[in-house]
Design a protein around this ligand. Structure first.
Ligand code: SAM
Length: 352
């Protein structure tokens, strides 16, 4: 019996020894592996950070555009642009489909409304109409056909069936009945808004980001002279935010209403020479660094800053294409490179 107990005790002792050995072994493995786990965790954390940063960078244009969806134009900036189209508005129904419901909490519609209302008789307008976006709810439409121009709250208000989304049938139907659309659409939906106006063959004057010039669906229309930039072009403009504070944003007006500035001539005085105007590696055109340096005596294709668009008198220059993306297509000729080095995005023009 005693022998049996000793045997069991010995076995237990041995098992305990094995356990200690095993634990020691685990400890050694854990200890030796610790730097690797730490590096692994840091690596994993860094990867997550990089992933999130990458997503932010990829979505950056959308994030910036979304932040600009609720900015209101100041009345003097509206006046500065609208003064160039006064003769185009006589007898017209002007529609503002992306208006503000309650500017500055004062129950006022947007400054577009204020401008057209106050200048209604002077401009000889037929009617002004504005609708608002009340996401998921019911919006309303306001209309004014003259009477008391100075009282901007003098209007007829009609409750709408839908929320005033510019893509809704209700708004499309109002758009179809209007002659000119003038508004500041949400920047993040600019492309969609623009394409809708083009599809409906509307006359328009709208605000957008200068980047829109090179959008795949907008540039072809600019090249074909179906749409052009307004007078105030690529300019930092002060907007009012919902809380009354201001923000400076770079903007362009886009329009298919003619204006005199389009036909103005630029004075060219530089002479072409191979050294100052090298050719691109990937397209047969010379590079011009500044708009004012466009040579007066070069007859081939020239890559000029995109801002040359508002100097591009259609009687004097043909727009050949753009170089703003690597991918080559009918309109985009690749991203400009000289001696393998990337240059700035360029507009391709040719003297007529
Ligand atoms: C940049 S703000 C311009 C406001 C105003 N028109 C102005 O500039 O004084 C764009 C306006 O479009 C409205 N909006 C946003 N999404 C819209 C949509 N899907 N349809 C119609 N309007 C929309 C916003 O509520 C906002 O008031």
């Amino acid at each position: 019996m005693k022998k049996q107990m000793d045997k069991t005790k010995k076995k237990e002792k041995q098992m305990n020894k094995e356990k200690v050995k095993l634990n020691a072994l685990w400890f050694i493995i854990w200890f030796v592996g610790m730097p690797f786990y730490t590096i692994g965790s840091i690596f994993e954390y860094t990867c997550l950070l990089l992933k999130s940063a990458f997503e932010q960078i990829c979505n950056w244009p959308q994030i910036v555009e979304k932040a600009l969806d609720e900015i209101d134009v100041r009345i003097d900036d509206i006046e500065k642009e609208l003064v160039h189209y006064e003769d185009k508005l006589k007898g017209k129904v002007v529609y503002m489909p992306c208006d503000s419901v309650d500017l500055f909490g004062k129950g006022l519609p947007s400054n577009f409304w204020v401008y057209f209302h106050k200048n209604f008789e002077r401009l000889g307008l037929k009617k002004i109409v504005a609708t608002y976006f009340n996401e998921g709810g019911r919006s309303y439409k306001i209309e004014y056909s003259g009477g008391c121009d100075n009282d901007v709250l003098d209007y007829v208000k009609v409750v709408m069936d839908g929320d005033g989304d510019f893509r809704s049938e209700e708004v499309v139907s109002i758009m179809k009945k209007s002659d000119v659309v003038v508004t500041n659409p949400p920047f993040s939906l600019f492309r969609e808004f623009f394409n809708q106006l083009v599809q409906l063959q509307k006359r328009f004057l709208i605000l957008g980001s200068p980047n829109a010039v090179s959008y795949k669906d907008i540039f072809p229309l600019i090249k074909q002279e179906k749409v052009w930039c307004g007078v105030v072009f690529n300019k930092s403009t002060t907007f009012v935010l919902a809380d009354g504070t201001t923000k400076d944003v770079q903007i362009n007006w886009y329009t298919n209403l003619d204006h005199n500035k389009r036909w103005e001539d630029v004075v060219l005085y530089k002479k072409y020479n191979e050294e100052d105007y090298p050719k691109y590696d990937n397209y047969d055109a010379i590079n011009v660094n500044k708009s004012k340096d466009v040579p007066m005596d070069y007859d081939g294709v020239m890559g000029v800053p995109i801002t040359f668009l508002n100097k591009c008198n259609p009687k004097r220059f043909e727009i050949v294409g753009i170089m703003s993306r690597d991918k080559v297509d009918v309109f985009n000729k690749g991203y400009p490179k000289i001696d393998g080095k990337k240059k700035y995005a360029r507009l391709l023009i040719k003297k007529l």
